[in-house]
Design a protein around this ligand. Sequence first.
Ligand SMILES: Nc1ncnc2c1ncn2[C@@H]1O[C@H](COP(=O)(O)OP(=O)(O)O)[C@@H](O)[C@H]1O
Ligand SMILES: [Mg+2]
Length: 326
Amino acid sequence: MPLLDVQDLSVVFARRGEKPFTAVDNLSFTVEPGQTVGLVGESGCGKSVTSLAIMGLLPRRGVRVSGRVLFEGADLLALRPEDMRDRRGRDIGMIFQDPLSSLNPVVPIGLQVAEVVERHFGRTRKAAMVEARDLLDAVGIPDPQRRLKEYPHQISGGMRQRALIAIALACKPRLLIADEPTTALDVTIQAQILTLLRQLVVDSDTALVLITHDLGVVAGLCDVVNVLYAGKVVETGTRHDLFANPRHPYTHGLLGSVPRLDSPRGERLTPIRGSVADNIPWAEGCAFAPRCDRVNDACIGDTVPLEAAPHGRLRCTNPVPQEVGV
Ligand SMILES: Nc1ncnc2c1ncn2[C@@H]1O[C@H](COP(=O)(O)OP(=O)(O)O)[C@@H](O)[C@H]1O
Ligand SMILES: [Mg+2]
């Protein structure tokens, strides 16, 4: 049984007097225990809304969530809010993009980590502080004993993200959802944080859902990658298959707009033309069609289904040809 089995998850924002907007559209994907799964797609494709829906953190008013989010077989969407609160942190930890706004500015770092340990494991403050120090140490914060007493504004962005990871790992969740965990950080720090995340999930056998707009981030980390476009999966594959031979023109384009170390010098990056604003609704065909170089008549009219493909799943009527030998 998968650890997480998201089935036909849809999120519709429907405010009174406004046209309903489908941010997540019948999304399905699974995460096996210990696996690292990527959700990749450009800004606005529904990545954060998906993670918030899984965590039960979307507001109730003006939002319709449907489908199933099975965690070890039990549907999280059917839980009462207080039961979900209990599972959050303990079963599923979450790391957000912006470490400064996710930390409490008026509480020292050590106490923020310790409080989680106290609440979830019923430890005394003293014992929890010892664990907090060990956790800060484990995420590579130097001189953790001294850092315990420091406030978020006193440490760097990279250290704050490490502190957030420590908080998320404090309850030893079996699943960690990291939503653009490195987007707000310098490039050099990004690599460190990703390496750390990878090491932590491998060491503790935690499954990881890594959400990013940056395929380069996924390259070194994910076992399986789900590519999202306008709230739907357009392609799924193992990291190797997807990078060696992307079949969906959107995935192909995403890879074409990532700098590669092995490309010949002077070769230009190929951006994907147009923007998300050019989307057509999925009900009228493929949402990516207006931006696609391979568009044909079959792309317009009906929703293009997501179908099993040799390398995973694919939603495309005219995919990039399979490369021989891949
Ligand atoms: N509270 C909200 N009300 C209405 N629309 C929203 C709300 N939150 C997000 N959206 C819309 O849902 C879409 C997906 O957003 P999001 O999941 O944040 O994208 P991303 O993939 O960049 O994380 C976007 O078009 C966004 O404008
Ligand atoms: Mg987001």
